[in-house]
Design a protein around this ligand. Structure first.
Ligand SMILES: Nc1ncnc2c1ncn2[C@@H]1O[C@H](COP(=O)(O)OP(=O)(O)OP(=O)(O)O)[C@@H](O)[C@H]1O
Ligand SMILES: [Mg+2]
Length: 404
């Protein structure tokens, strides 16, 4: 039998009878009260101390429901709030979460779905204690490179594969809305894309997001870029922000692959991110642009401690020393990826090199990058030796770059 739930339901702009009919009707569910407006809801919360508050509403941005969520959250921050919304126009969902909502479900829902959403919200909520499966938002890693072709997509897809191999739930979002190529790199057919999500009716919740992702063999989910450049304009910044909020609730890691430059989508994603991976290559033009990118992040007040520097093609012999790199960038790259002929081959085959050549030095580099986020040891000494032996020359010259 399901654990019992004592819920308070605040109704705003919906028919109270319709809402009541949608609620679970089994013996383990207790409807403490249905309330109307901020004051009545807060009073009932204080009187009844519910396990959960449901705010059933239209889902308009100017909706009074946002005030109810805010007041309910302030009155009892340990009580999870689920928003049951008939629609979630751009921006509503994010504001609901900002106001204190724990989760969002689309109205109408089946009784079973709603019951499930309630149980999850209660289990995840920090106020319910550590042993109930309470879960924090996942990390949002924005993969950035100020110029085209530095290896952003290579890094995004291989970092995702490495994290999935480490047992993490991972979503990749292809933010190169016009010319995204994550699908190609992972060998996924563009059956469902972000465009389909954008033009679909109704609001956004975890279940709906998952309906629009493609799943790779590694278990990595991917929200693909639109199949055609003209579809890119359907993806608004507000929708993107909402997708990022919902995605972080559903995955351990959300990796955003970006187009070159600081487009509006990229800036919104940087703002929402918990971490940033800056990918540069070893040539003077790319280093200059990487430095400009780092300076732009600094102007945006981005916390420099959250930036991981990756140097791609790090073994290329172009007369730039390790010392030059550190002098130009002002800090030391943490991860070095070698040039490897197998990389273009793996891109053409649609299999990330972490999977197609797991013993290559390039694969080891992506495991090292993943380990920066998981805190795990990327390789045991024996594995490192095996990787070194298998990778041969690239590792030796990388090594020289690191020490010279
Ligand atoms: N270390 C490497 N060794 C060999 N080839 C590489 C390496 N890094 C990237 N490439 C090749 O360079 C090309 C560009 O890489 P990628 O698509 O990852 O760059 P990007 O930064 O995402 O580019 P864009 O800005 O166009 O999205 C790919 O074809 C990839 O195979
Ligand atoms: Mg790319």
């Amino acid at each position: 039998m399901d654990p019992s739930i004592r819920a308070l339901v605040a109704v705003e702009g919906l028919d109270a009878f319709d809402v009541q009919r949608a609620l679970p009707d089994d013996a383990s569910f207790t409807l403490l009260a249905m309330t109307d407006g901020v004051d009545e809801t807060v009073r009932a919360m204080i009187k009844d101390t519910p396990d959960l508050v449901v705010v059933a509403c239209q889902g308009r941005e100017d909706d009074r429901s946002l005030h109810i969520i805010d007041a309910a959250h302030r009155a009892a921050p340990t009580v999870p709030i689920i928003v049951l919304a008939a629609a979630s126009p751009n921006g509503f969902l994010r504001r609901a979460f900002e106001a204190g909502a724990a989760d969002m479900a689309i109205f109408p829902q089946t009784k079973e779905q709603l019951r499930f959403a309630m149980s999850i919200a209660i289990a995840r909520h920090p106020g319910q204690g550590a042993d109930t499966g309470g879960r924090k938002d996942g990390r949002l890693i924005c993969v950035l490179g100020p110029k085209g072709g530095t290896g952003k997509t290579l890094t995004s897809t291989n970092l995702a594969a490495a994290l999935a191999l480490a047992g993490k739930k991972v979503l990749v979002i292809d933010l190169d809305l016009q010319f995204g190529d994550v699908a190609l790199c992972l060998g996924l057919p563009p059956e469902k894309t972000m465009y389909d999500l954008a033009i679909s009716p109704g609001g956004l919740d975890e279940g709906k997001l998952k309906d629009y992702v493609m799943t790779h063999d590694t278990g990595v989910d991917v929200l693909l870029a639109p199949a055609r450049p003209d579809q890119a304009s359907a993806i608004t910044i507000d929708l993107l922000r909402d997708v990022l909020v919902v995605a972080r609730r559903a995955y351990d890691f959300v990796i955003a692959d970006t187009p070159p430059g600081f487009t509006a989508e990229v800036i919104a994603t940087i703002d929402a991110s918990s971490d940033l991976v800056m990918v540069g290559t070893l040539d003077s033009l790319s280093l200059k642009n990487t430095k400009l990118g780092l300076e732009t992040l600094s102007l945006m007040d981005y916390d420099q401690r959250k930036i991981r520097l990756v140097l791609n093609r790090a073994d290329t012999r172009v007369g730039i020393s390790h010392h030059d790199v550190v002098t130009v960038l002002g800090s030391e790259p943490e991860i070095f990826i070698p040039s490897d002929r197998e990389i273009p081959r793996s891109v053409n085959e649609g299999v990330p090199i972490t999977l197609s050549r797991p013993q290559s030095y390039a694969a080891a580099s992506f495991h090292e990058l993943a380990a920066l986020f998981t805190g795990a040891e990327p390789h045991t000494a024996a594995e490192s030796a095996r990787v070194e032996a298998a990778a041969g020359a690239p590792r030796r010259s990388l090594f020289r770059l690191r020490r010279s």
